[in-house]
Ligand binder design. Sequence first.
Ligand code: AMO
Length: 456
Amino acid sequence: MTVVVMIVVLIIMKEKIKMRIYVKDLNKHLDQKIEFSGFVDSIRNLQWVQFVIVKDLTGKVQVTIEKSEEKNKEMVELIESLPLESTVKITGKLISSPKVKLNGMEIIPEKIEVTSKSEHEIPFNYKNIDGVNLDTRLDYRFIDLRSEKNQLMFMVQSSFIKYMREYLYNNNFIEIHTPKLIGAASESGAEVFEVKYFDRKAYLAQSPQFYKQMAMASGLEKIFEVAPCFRAENSNTSRHATEFTSFDVEFSYINSYEDVMNLEAEMLTYALTKLKEEFGEKVKETFGLDIVVPTLPFPVMKLKDVYKELEERYNYKVPESEKTDLTTEAEKLSYKLAKEKFNHEFLFVVDYPADKRAFYHMRNEEGKLQGYDLIWRGVEITSGAQREHRYEKICENAKSKGLGEDVKFYLEFFKYGCPPHGGFAIGVDRLTMLLLDIPTIKESQFLFRGPNRLNP
Ligand code: AMO
């Protein structure tokens, strides 16, 4: 009895909840009366017939209206004055038409409803952006995002994150959500945005660093978070934003920072393998490039050896004083180096001078930093490290950097038992930019935030 009731309920629900049909699924509905919604992409108004191309996120379909048929009179008039980019709901029959180039099918409509009418002139032609100023595109980002390339970029980004999450879930990680409003400036204190918080000051989180370590002190063992980070850096480069999305990972009971590098390399390889399966062809077609699945292990080089080889191979010279980190140019050249030396697109760089790195990175007995950066295609995408989890040592490190009151709450995390741990953070917007060879983070971010851009 209950089963029968459930089936009836399900049938009624199915009737009521009409799922939207996407272009990609139209072939399952041939010879059926369907409802189809989308943007009007183009209209060809010929002597005897009108062809209206309607698109959704997954593709385009032709709607064919015979002008001679009396019952179509109203629709024909409507289409004659309909601006492109309007949205419509079409009710009609989907039929197979081998002569139609677009999917070999067409919709013969009986009703067209305009659900939103566009202005005739749109701010710029997003189908041909040659010569269109990037700022105009960003001012009208909602139009810019209508291009097939941009829509594909965000579908790919979404899946990239989905597969990294999947890898972590498969390995017993849990996703947490840490606060972005904080009482004291985290990390170094310099690059934070200050906000008014009732009668006092608060700051926007630069990184979930302290809280992901707190999760380790809480015994959560393996965590990750995908969330915004805010940096008050006045940098106008192709890879800096004042707000970006960070994919943060932290896990306990590691033996060294190499465990952290290995996990990151495995996660990226897993995600890129899956991504290639899902989007390899589409990315090739639309962006003209391959999704490259890396091999494991990723190559590792010491910072000083990178500089040595850059000089030997490409005559790239910088003063000793600049060799405490990779310069932008050295990062770029390191791509060439990684390709030539290891036939690899990724390069882990280790052995940074301890005094130049964050105080929470562990230093070993000889004072060597237990942290790394990961460079992909010539741009840093990650910083990671084994963390200092020993209370006395972390207090010393903080003191040596002149950090006092601001980190007091953080130092408490290490006082009552805290497992050895490490982690890393990947900048998602940079990842997308590098994967699809997008020229700047302004275009790979959904809505860019930089020193001169706070709108839309
Ligand atoms: P770091 O400051 O190196 O490390 O940041 C980690 C990664 O985040 C990205 N990123 C940025 N992306 C866009 N615009 C920016 N202004 C920007 N700044 C950083 C980069 C970078 O590699 N707490 C550490 C991470 C850790 O050790 O777990 C941290 O924040 O891809």
